[in-house]
Write a protein that binds this ligand. Structure first.
Ligand SMILES: [Zn+2]
Ligand SMILES: [Zn+2]
Length: 442
């Protein structure tokens, strides 16, 4: 019989890969299930939500790759950083009650669409939904200017010309502006974000084409770190820059071309070719984990194959890595981390969870008093500016369908004098008194 040894020391009844520190962190209210929007993250606590976990194909339980890193603070909302924003990931962020207006600071590892497809989908809506300030996107340059993140964003905005104009009948402010921090893909350990004690570094990865990156976030004050490898072949730089990370997330693929051939009917050599040119197979991920020695290692951007194949996947990882491990999928695995505890759970989400309510306090600078009235940004276009009169004339007279007792005047032109929010009224509708000291969430 093979000897099983817990790498963290002898733990009778404690498992063979679990450390003592695997226990709930202070913010955890329900030890088994995470309910989005119900746990206040305090200073020194980090939460990672795996919003999407697959490259391809998307499934009902796996959206395109994305991870949300949240850093706790005294304020109601944590600081947020999105690492990739694959297809379907925003749906999961919304279900987890992340306010759409606060989806910002998006770090794109490379320009494969499984890593940013929800960017074109979401930014006009989040701008409309209260994010009246610019979106911040960070991503690599390419071999030539037209292959970099800036160029992608420029052309994405061209693609959405109709959508932007159309939504310009609404208050948008500067919400369509996208501030792109395009960093040199070659730069090893370069800093692409450095603000208020949080630093994000990047380095190049081997993923067929130049312009693929990995990221490391360091929350310096609390000595907590998160690494996302992005896609690529196992490499020494990733071991170097990832070293000692608290949370180390690698992409991963099962190295079983013979099985893939049976499942997908793909010639075995094509499966090998894709793995061998582009990706990190689980043996290599385990090897990297062992070099990096994170507090917890995770695989995201993978195909969850069900019980039997997941067992094989873990066997491949375990051929090198003995420590704490988790999968990023199925979507919405949640990981809480402090300096002395780590706890993983799954989120519970209604299939049709409504969006988190807009809170006027988010639009104020931290600590600023709430005004009595807040002016909405003035829309840039009216319907008349972008629609022929005859199209509006086709509309059915509302008096014909409104029952008399609910008939109301229509608002079809934005008032020239502007429209105003009453923040106290908005909060009162949700049972919140902003002038009371006690916060309902705490
Ligand atoms: Zn990918
Ligand atoms: Zn890729």
């Amino acid at each position: 019989m093979t000897e099983s040894k817990n790498p963290y020391g002898k733990r009778p009844g404690g498992g063979i890969s679990l450390p003592e520190e695997y226990r709930p962190t202070p913010s955890v209210k329900n030890r088994n299930v995470y309910f989005g929007g119900m746990e206040h993250l305090g200073p020194g606590e980090m939460r990672i939500s795996f919003l999407g976990s697959t490259p391809w194909p998307p499934t009902r339980s796996q959206a395109g790759t994305s991870m949300l890193v949240e850093l706790g603070q005294k304020a109601d909302q944590p600081r947020r950083f999105f690492f990739d924003l694959g297809n379907g990931s925003v749906k999961n962020a919304i279900a987890l009650q992340v306010p759409p207006a606060l989806i910002n600071d998006i770090f794109i590892s490379h320009l494969h669409s499984d890593h940013f497809a929800d960017l074109p989908y979401s930014y006009p809506f989040t701008a409309w939904g209260g994010r009246w300030t610019p979106l911040r996107v960070y991503g690599p340059s390419g071999r030539t200017p037209e292959l970099g993140t800036k160029s992608m964003v420029k052309h994405m905005k061209k693609m959405l010309a109709w959508h932007e104009d159309n939504f310009d009948v609404n208050p948008i402010g500067d919400g369509y502006e996208i501030e792109v921090t395009e960093f040199d893909w070659k730069d090893e350990g370069g800093i692409c974000y450095d603000q208020d004690g949080v630093v994000v570094r990047h380095w190049p990865r081997s993923h067929v084409k130049d312009g693929a990156s990995a990221f490391r976030l360091d929350w310096e004050e609390y000595d907590l770190s998160f690494v996302w490898t992005g896609d690529g072949r196992p490499d020494e730089k990733t071991a170097h820059y990832g070293a000692g990370a608290d949370v180390f997330v690698s992409e991963g693929q099962m190295d079983t071309p013979a099985l893939q051939a049976l499942k997908f009917g793909m010639p075995e050599d094509i499966m090998k070719y894709v793995l061998d040119t582009s990706h990190t197979m689980y043996y290599a991920a385990g090897y990297l984990f062992d070099k990096v020695q994170p507090r917890i290692a995770a695989i995201n951007h993978y195909e969850a194959g069900g019980g039997a194949t997941d067992a094989e996947s873990i066997a491949e990882i375990r051929s090198h890595w003995k420590g704490l491990f988790m999968w990023g999928g199925p979507d919405c695995q949640i990981l809480n981390v402090t300096k002395d505890a780590i706890w993983a759970r799954e989120a519970a989400m209604p299939e049709g969870a409504a969006v988190a309510s807009l809170d006027p306090r988010w639009m104020m600078p931290e600590g600023a008093p709430l005004p009595d009235k807040m002016k909405l940004p003035q829309p840039k276009l009216q319907r008349e500016d972008q629609q022929e009169q005859f199209v509006r004339d086709m509309e059915i007279d509302p008096h014909l369908y409104y029952p008399a007792d609910v008939d109301r005047p229509l608002i079809q032109n934005w008032p020239e004098e502007g429209m105003y929010l009453d923040p106290r009224e908005m909060l009162a509708a949700r049972g919140i008194d902003p002038d009371a000291d006690d916060d309902a969430d705490e």
